[in-house]
Design a protein around this ligand. Structure first.
Ligand code: ADP
Length: 248
């Protein structure tokens, strides 16, 4: 495995009963890139993403992260190795303030989440990091607001902050722009760009204009297989890709 490839899936396959949702997908994610997984509905994006993030066990195939086999690891094990799925490990607690959500995430990185409730000195030690993270995602002025009262876009920014609290080497984002208005899409796109410094990001995303402006590398899936791979200009100019999108 080349050292510049951080995540490598080979022959990744998932069958549900007799149906092959993902059939022999090879995926190489370069270190430091923002990589998108796109494709028409039913292409196998979600299944593939769930395999990579350990929500599903593959029927066959292997997944290497930094050259190590993680095919049989669970979600917590890969998180400890630096591969974190946003909106999963980093759930947002709606009845807690924005800053307490970030504090809990930082405590989790330390490995003992619920000490948080007992020790106010532990809490204060985290305040500098909490502030940095809130600033990074543009939520400093919302720190005392209950997370459940944030707008949808800001909630997703908070989810990104709680993921960043784990300081992952690689972040896996499941449709980070889903259900957002234009303003929030732009805010989250620029946030992802900022937080991608020094990290690798893999995302499933439907919004192709976001993908074209944000992602260095794109893998197009159709019917459970890789149809094309490359930068946006290359894949969007591929007649097979055009046909797959129009055909749905
Ligand atoms: P996408 O995210 O690209 O829309 P999915 O990965 O959700 O595609 O689905 C790919 C195919 O696998 C679809 O035909 C879907 O119906 C099927 N599929 C997904 N999950 C299951 C499941 N749990 N059981 C049976 N079929 C499934």
């Amino acid at each position: 495995m080349k050292p510049d490839i951080v995540l490598l899936a080979s022959g990744l396959t998932k069958q549900f009963g007799g149906f092959t949702a993902v059939g022999g997908v090879d995926l190489q994610v370069r270190r430091g890139s923002i990589h998108a997984l796109i494709g028409p509905n039913g292409a196998g994006k979600t299944t593939c993403f769930n395999l990579l993030t350990k929500f599903l066990i593959p029927t066959s195939g292997t997944i290497l992260f930094n050259g190590k086999d993680i095919t049989r690891d669970n979600a917590s094990e890969i998180a400890r190795k630096g591969l974190v799925r946003s909106f999963q490990i980093s759930a947002v607690f709606p009845k807690l303030t924005v800053q307490n959500n970030v504090r809990i995430a930082l405590q989790r990185k330390g490995g003992d989440s619920f000490d948080f409730w007992r020790s106010s000195s532990v809490l204060r030690k985290l305040d500098g990091q909490v502030e940095q993270l809130l600033e990074a995602v543009g939520l400093s002025s919302f720190r005392h607001i209950l997370a459940g009262e944030l707008s949808y876009g800001r909630k997703r920014a908070l989810e990104i902050a709680t993921t960043l609290a784990l300081d992952p080497e690689m972040m896996l984002l499941d449709e980070p722009m889903a259900g957002m208005g234009r303003e929030d899409v732009e805010r989250i796109a620029s946030l992802i760009r900022r937080v991608s410094a020094g990290r690798t990001i893999l995302m499933v995303e439907h919004n192709l204009s976001v993908v074209s402006s944000l992602c260095d590398r794109i893998t197009v899936l159709a019917r459970g297989k890789v149809l094309a791979e490359g930068d946006y200009a290359t894949v969007s100019g591929n007649p097979l890709v055009v046909e797959a999108y129009i055909g749905t």
